[in-house]
Design a protein around this ligand. Structure first.
Ligand SMILES: C[S@@+](CC[C@H](N)C(=O)[O-])C[C@H]1O[C@@H](n2cnc3c(N)ncnc32)[C@H](O)[C@@H]1O
Length: 208
C-alpha cells in the first residue's frame, strides 16, 4: 500500500479504502475459485494492482470515458482502473464464467458501480468504447481483429481512441508481425522502481 500511495498520491479516502481491501478480497475469493496464482496473491499490490494502474501513467481517463477490458481474468487491469477512475464506465469481459463471477463479487463488495463483468468472448462483445485495455491475453496480431469494430468515432482525449495493452519483454517482432500502424510504447520503469517493472510496457495502438 505504501508504494501505491507513493505512485498515486492523490487518492481520496474511498479509493484508499477500496485498494486496501483488494488483497483480502482476492485471497478470500481465490480460496473458492482460483483466479490468481498463489505467488501472485502474495504480490497482489505490485504485480496486479500497480501494474494495472500503469495504464493511468499513460492516459488520465476523463469522466464519461467508456472502457472495455478484454480477457480480464479476475479483473485486471479493469478493477484497479475502475477504482482510480470512478467516473468512467468499465465493461470487463472474459470467456470463462467463473472468472467473471469473481469480478462481479469483488466489484459488488467494493461498491464499484462503474464496473460490469460479462461472461462473453471478446469477438462477441456488443457496444462501443473509447478505449480497450488488456493484459496477457494473446499476441497483438490476434487481438486487434477482435476489437477493431468496437471503437467510438468521437474521441475525448489527447490520444485517439484505441488499445492500451500491458505487455512485457521483447515486443518488436510481435508488433511488426501485427502490421498495425502508429504504435507507441511507454516503459513503466520510468514510473515504478521495482524490478518487476524493468521490462514492462504499455503499448498504445490507435484505432485504424
Ligand atoms: C492469462 S489470463 C490474463 C487475465 C488478466 N487480464 C490478468 O492479466 O490477470 C488470460 C485471460 O484471457 C481470457 N481470454 C482468452 N481469450 C479470450 C477471448 N477470446 N475472449 C474473452 N476472454 C478471453 C482467458 O479466459 C483468461 O482469463
Amino acid at each position: 500500500m505504501k508504494n501505491l500511495l507513493q505512485y498515486f498520491p492523490n487518492l481520496n479516502q474511498e479509493q484508499k479504502e477500496r485498494f486496501e481491501r483488494l488483497p483480502g478480497l482476492y485471497a478470500e475469493w481465490n480460496d473458492k475459485i482460483n483466479v490468481v496464482s498463489r505467488k501472485d496473491i502474495e504480490n497482489l499490490m505490485e504485480r496486479h494492482v500497480i501494474h494495472s494502474l500503469g495504464i493511468a501513467k499513460v492516459l488520465n481517463f476523463r469522466p464519461g470515458t467508456r472502457i472495455l477490458d478484454v480477457g480480464t481474468g479476475g479483473g485486471f487491469p479493469g478493477i484497479p482502473l475502475a477504482i482510480l477512475f470512478p467516473e468512467c464506465q468499465f465493461l470487463l469481459v472474459d470467456s470463462i464464467g467463473k472468472k467473471i463471477k469473481v469480478v462481479n463479487e469483488v466489484a459488488q463488495a467494493l461498491g464499484l458501480e462503474n464496473v460490469k463483468g460479462q461472461h462473453v468472448r471478446a469477438e462477441q462483445v456488443e457496444g462501443q468504447f473509447h478505449f480497450v485495455v488488456s493484459r496477457a491475453v494473446t499476441r497483438m496480431g490476434n487481438f486487434y481483429p477482435w476489437v477493431k469494430d468496437k471503437f467510438m468515432k468521437q474521441s475525448n482525449h489527447s490520444l485517439k481512441n484505441g488499445i492500451l495493452y500491458l505487455k512485457g519483454g521483447e515486443l518488436d517482432e510481435e508488433l511488426k508481425e501485427s502490421k498495425l500502424k502508429r504504435i507507441k510504447t511507454y516503459a513503466l520503469s520510468e514510473h515504478f522502481k521495482e524490478e518487476f517493472f524493468e521490462t514492462k510496457k504499455v503499448v498504445y495502438i490507435p484505432a485504424q
